[in-house]
Design a protein around this ligand. Structure first.
Ligand code: FE2
Ligand code: FE2
Length: 162
């Protein structure tokens, strides 16, 4: 990626990374040992890179806002008691993001559809929404692989997995 694009990414993400409401996602685990906060910034970086490498022309501000807030559901899903968290959380994240960040309908739609095809009828309806749903899956796979590798290393060292 070009240097100027990297700088632009840092400038846009900085305002979210330092926002206390966004930082609240540091309190929750997404996959393995990855916090929701780390996950959403990883998704942001992947989505931004896809947008630039493939010259898709998606609005960077909107794409990053949607990526940062796509999992802004604000609870620990491991002990939340909602067995359908995977289905429900995009709508909760959208509602929270509308309440706290005054997002527009394009961004709301990207957040709402990011779990497609799990939520089969909420199909991504813009280029940005497709980029986000792909970036989210790439990131989730990497995080689950990291968690698996960490467990394997623990086991090899004779340390019981937790
Ligand atoms: Fe999600
Ligand atoms: Fe996600």
């Amino acid at each position: 990626m070009k240097k100027k694009d990297e700088i632009k990414f840092r400038v846009i993400t900085k305002r979210y990374a330092e926002d206390d409401r966004v930082k609240h996602m540091q309190d929750f685990i997404q996959h393995g040992t990855t916090t929701t906060y780390d996950h959403v910034f990883r998704v942001s970086a992947i989505a931004y890179e896809i947008n630039h490498v493939l010259h898709l022309g998606v609005n960077d501000e909107k794409l990053i806002e949607a990526a940062v807030l796509h999992d802004y559901y604000l609870y620990d899903w491991h002990n939340h008691g909602d067995h359908a968290h995977g289905f429900h959380h995009p709508y909760i994240a959208e509602e929270n993001a509308r309440r706290d960040f005054a997002i527009d309908d394009d961004v709301a739609s990207m957040i709402r559809t990011h779990m497609w095809p799990l939520n089969l009828f909420d199909v991504p309806s813009s280029r940005g929404a497709w980029v986000l749903t792909c970036a989210d899956k790439i990131s989730a796979l990497a995080e689950m692989r990291e968690a698996h590798n960490q467990k394997s290393q623990h086991n090899k060292a004779g340390v019981p997995a937790t």
